[in-house]
Design a protein around this ligand. Structure first.
Ligand code: CUA
Length: 152
C-alpha cells in the first residue's frame, strides 16, 4: 500500500513540474530580448540615427522609450529617470564591441551586439536606484561600465 502512495506522489510531482514549466514560459517569455532590427554600427552615432542622441522620452501614459548606447566603457544616457510604475521600452545597441545590458534587481538582461538593436521592456513598480551593468567582457574598462536608472 505504500507503493501506491509513492506512485501517487510521483504523479503529483510530475504535474507540479509541468505547471512550473508552463508558468515560466508564459510569465517570462515576455522578457526574452529580441533583435528588433539591424543597424550599421559605424553610423549609429551619426545625425539622423535613432541613437545619435541617447535619451529617454515619454511616449504614453507612464510609458517611456529609452534609446541606449552601450559603448566602451559607458552607457549613454548614464542616468535614466522615470516615475514609479513607469513602463520603459529599451532599445539598446553598441557602436563598438559586444556588451551586456543588465538591470540589477530585474530580469532585464540583454546581450548587446554591434549591428543589432536589442529591445526589452520593464515596468518599474518599486522606486529606487537600479544599477545597470555590463556583463559581457568588453575590454580593460569593463568593470567600470555602469549606468543608473532612478525610479522616483
Ligand atoms: Cu561593456 Cu563589459
Amino acid at each position: 500500500r505504500y507503493e501506491r502512495s509513492w506512485l501517487l506522489f510521483a504523479l503529483v510531482m510530475i504535474v507540479v513540474f509541468l505547471i512550473f514549466i508552463g508558468y515560466t514560459l508564459t510569465g517570462f517569455a515576455f522578457y526574452v530580448p529580441s533583435a528588433a532590427e539591424r543597424i550599421d554600427p559605424t553610423t549609429v552615432r551619426n545625425e539622423g540615427s535613432l541613437f545619435a542622441n541617447p535619451r529617454v522620452e515619454k511616449t504614453g501614459d507612464n510609458v517611456y522609450t529609452a534609446y541606449v548606447l552601450a559603448q566602451a566603457f559607458t552607457f549613454l544616457p548614464g542616468e535614466i529617470r522615470v516615475p514609479k510604475g513607469a513602463k520603459v521600452v529599451f532599445y539598446v545597441t553598441s557602436p563598438d564591441v559586444q556588451h551586456g545590458f543588465h538591470i540589477r534587481g530585474t530580469n532585464v538582461n540583454v546581450q548587446v551586439i554591434p549591428g543589432e538593436v536589442g529591445k526589452v521592456e520593464h515596468t518599474f513598480d518599486e522606486p529606487g536606484e537600479y544599477l545597470v551593468i555590463c556583463n559581457e567582457y568588453c575590454g580593460l574598462g569593463h568593470q567600470d561600465m555602469i549606468g543608473k536608472i532612478i525610479v522616483e
